[in-house]
Design a protein around this ligand. Sequence first.
Ligand code: SF4
Length: 375
Amino acid sequence: MSRLGLYVHVPFCSSICNYCNFNRGLFDPELKDRYVAALLKEIQSSPHAARPADTIFFGGGTPSLLDASEIESIIGSLRRSFDLSQDAEITLETNPETVDREKLEGFRAAGVNRISFGVQSFQDDELKRLGRIHSADRARAAMAAARAAGFDNVSLDLMMWLPGQSVDRWLANVDALVEAGPDHASLYLLELYPNAPLKEEMARGGWSLAPDEDAADMYLEAMARLERHGYRQYEISNVARPGRASRHNLKYWTDGEWVGFGCGAHSTVAGVRWKNVSATEEYVNRVAAGTSVVTERRHLSHDERLGDALFTGLRLCEGIDLEEVGHRYAVDVWSRYGEALRPYIDEGWLVRRGERLSLTRAGMLMANEVMAAFV
Ligand code: SF4
């Protein structure tokens, strides 16, 4: 039986960013209290209780808006319900403006051992354009406070291909990241959903996105620069210092199992995938009434599970072991997909070495096209 990853969703934010399509809402202290109580109740009654688990990930929203005592209660409840490893990785997504050294010390005392900062940019005009409420200096101060509070596993998110962002401006952000010195970093492309308010602001401000070739240069040069500074890329969007890859997120990419708690949280266990109701109030009310919070539950077919294992595994730089996946799903992977994948090998986007199949860095830019072969 594999060890579970445990995900806890915290849907509250101090303000709403103009590009954000996550499951979140404005912070409301009264609703937050009821939400934490509901989380504790959902955890206690989990049908997967007693199973071994080795990661906890507080995601959001802005989990760092909770008090350290609330984080401690939730971790305590997970410990009582699951067989949590002594060395479990416990991550808290944190927005820089919500913390100082004292608050971070509280989180550390509560059991958190990994902080993931949503920095997004080290340039104040870019942050304003995104509707973020921290400054670059505040982000640097939060990083320093995390170190002072004793965290030796700190991650930082940056977004690239922002409206009006040139390649040079992006690379200045990468240099600032290197200077800040996190142990792990995630570099995401800004994706704009159809009605994102940022789209209107872009039109008003006359900001456009750099051409696709520039976006490719941004990605390739960032990865090269980070590697020169001791980071190893291990996934399409993620780099880490040795031993600091995200153990929780690796479960999503290695065909692992996870249980999510809170509104909108997803879970996948033993080929069954389910999702909790998205609306915070409805989630709280359902828990209080003792009714199920699950809105969608699906048994994945054999082919869907195989497709997912290949699709997500290919996000990793080490790629997939065709023999191992084939053994797990009783199928000859190459006989089934080899013909569809051959053109990508010829193109230089995919490489097969023995039983290992992986994307080249150029192929990572074309990942969606390549992965379509599996779905
Ligand atoms: S802080 Fe994160 S979750 Fe909250 S609105 Fe901004 S992008 Fe969305």
